[in-house]
Design a protein around this ligand. Structure first.
Ligand code: OOG
Ligand code: NI
Length: 483
């Protein structure tokens, strides 16, 4: 275990996420309005829905709710990705899940950096959706070479942060002082720069290739492009945005509204057009940089509502129903067909059971097992639990056995919240914030292996993490009975 003089990585992550939120609020004031709106809606839900409140109390999420955020960045090179992995590791954030967005017309592949276990997640759920630009998908070879050369010249990390990452790796932690310094240095990587390192003409050519290429190659660093608070009622926030004239996206990505939320629903407000100074190329006087005015559209606001994590089987059903809804619509969901899409989606998803007990019994979702209050008070309940489970491998207890214990009110279940992202939704979020028409898809191969090579590490499988959380909760039940 780490030396007692070192600050816990969870605390560094918490402080970093607060610093990031303050910086973004300063850069994009609308984000602050959104945070206020979400906090009002959440307070209202907790007052009017005691069942939701009790669920969040049981899972421990209630304490993290108001600080819950995810952000997103886009990187240009393998070297950037691997250094970023080392930077996030200082804060206990590790790559989970692989997302290939090329089939949806976005030339990137991605992972999410986040904490891994319940305890750490509850201390700070901060996560960052991180994309790597795939220049290999850019057809224009000359432009591809120019982009590569431009990216090779930038350094997105301060010297100070690299030193502190090395200190962390060598000594296994950071002191409080080093951690404070680390946060200050690390945040620089994510800051917005309103002066570009490229000339307007090159920017325009990058933009014509794909707006994402311009957003990555045209800038000094991977500015945080949104920061997303978590709401308990995304439909209420969507209405609230419209009432406040915040220009929201027409479609809420993900599953439809349900009694028992699954996975993730997301909506956003549109990206802002921001003033940018483009470097004037043939500047004869090197001591006096000249800039020419223009603009760039990239940064936006997003809201998310999280529901229960699905098993492989539940996820397959989700993917199947989502695809069916889109097939029925016969088009990509957009502003013009939004109402029709919502109708179809709601109808198609009636095939997905909408109560926690059935989701559990059919093995569609992950749950924490907890002792009921009556089991805590009763030796009979505890004895029954011990007798039923003692000889089992806790990873392999049959659902039928657990269902019986739930029916006998020995155990209760609480949903394990989904901590990850959805590729179709992510593509929708990307697309709604890019300015120009995109090709509908890239025919590149998808390569997690290549991504992991660039990352310099293996990606965690999110399903294995949820399974471990579920098994661990059962183990805790068993170890807390005194039989
Ligand atoms: C990332 C878009 C994906 C989400 O929440 O699914 C995303 C980006 O625009 O860089 O943030
Ligand atoms: Ni997002």
């Amino acid at each position: 275990s780490p030396d007692k003089d070192f600050i816990c990585s969870d605390d560094i992550r918490h402080d970093f996420s607060m610093a990031m939120s303050a910086m973004y609020q300063n850069e994009v004031p609308l984000y602050g309005d959104l945070v206020d709106l979400v906090s009002d809606v959440n307070a209202e839900v907790l007052t009017t829905h005691p069942d939701i409140k009790s669920q969040l109390l049981h899972t421990g999420e209630i304490e993290r709710l108001s600080m819950e955020r995810h952000g997103a960045i886009r990187l240009g090179t393998a070297a950037e990705l691997s250094m970023l992995r080392r930077l996030f590791a200082v804060m206990g954030m590790h790559p989970v899940g692989y997302y290939d967005l090329a089939p949806a017309g976005v030339p990137v592949h991605s992972t999410a950096f986040r904490a891994l276990d319940s305890h750490s997640l509850h201390k700070s759920p901060f996560r960052v959706f991180t994309s790597l630009l795939r220049l290999d998908l850019i057809a224009d070879e000359t432009l591809q070479q120019e982009a590569t050369a431009t990216l090779a010249q930038r350094q997105i990390f301060t010297t100070g942060v690299i030193e502190l990452i090395e200190v962390f790796e060598a000594q296994g932690g950071l002191t409080t002082e080093q951690a404070d310094q680390f946060i200050q240095e690390a945040i620089e990587t994510f800051r917005w720069h309103d002066k570009t390192p490229v000339a307007k003409a090159l920017y325009q050519r990058l933009l014509n290739q794909h707006p994402l290429v311009a957003d990555v190659v045209g800038f000094k660093g991977p500015h945080i492009n949104h920061l997303t608070p978590r709401t308990l009622d995304i439909d209420a926030v969507q209405q609230g945005m419209q009432a406040r004239d915040i220009p929201s996206k027409a479609i809420i990505e993900g599953p439809p509204r349900r009694a028992c939320p699954i996975l993730l629903r997301q909506t956003s407000f549109k990206a802002l057009q921001e003033a940018v100074g483009f470097k004037v190329a043939n500047n004869s006087d090197a001591s006096h940089e000249e800039y020419e005015q223009g603009h760039h559209t990239a940064r936006f606001g997003e809201i998310e509502q999280r529901g229960v994590a699905l098993t492989q089987k539940g996820r397959a059903l989700y993917d199947e129903l989502l695809a069916a809804a889109r097939r029925q619509l016969g088009a990509t969901p957009n502003e013009d067909n939004a109402a029709q899409y919502n109708q179809i989606l709601t109808k198609v998803f009636t095939a997905f059971p909408d109560d926690y007990q059935t989701l559990h019994d059919e093995g569609l979702a992950y749950f924490y097992y907890q002792l009921t209050d009556s089991t805590l008070d009763s030796e009979d309940g505890q004895a029954l639990l011990a007798a039923t489970l003692t000889n089992d491998d806790l990873n392999k207890v049959t659902n039928a056995k657990l269902t019986a214990l739930i029916n006998d009110e020995v155990l209760r279940i609480e949903p394990i919240v989904y901590e990850d992202f959805l590729p179709v939704s992510a593509a929708g979020i990307f697309q709604s914030n890019l300015q120009e028409a995109q090709p509908s898809q890239y025919d590149g191969y998808s390569s997690q292996q290549e991504f992991e090579r660039d990352l310099g590490a293996a990606i965690y499988d999110e399903m294995a993490l949820y399974e471990a959380m579920q098994a661990q909760s059962l183990e805790q039940c068993l170890s807390s009975v005194n039989i």
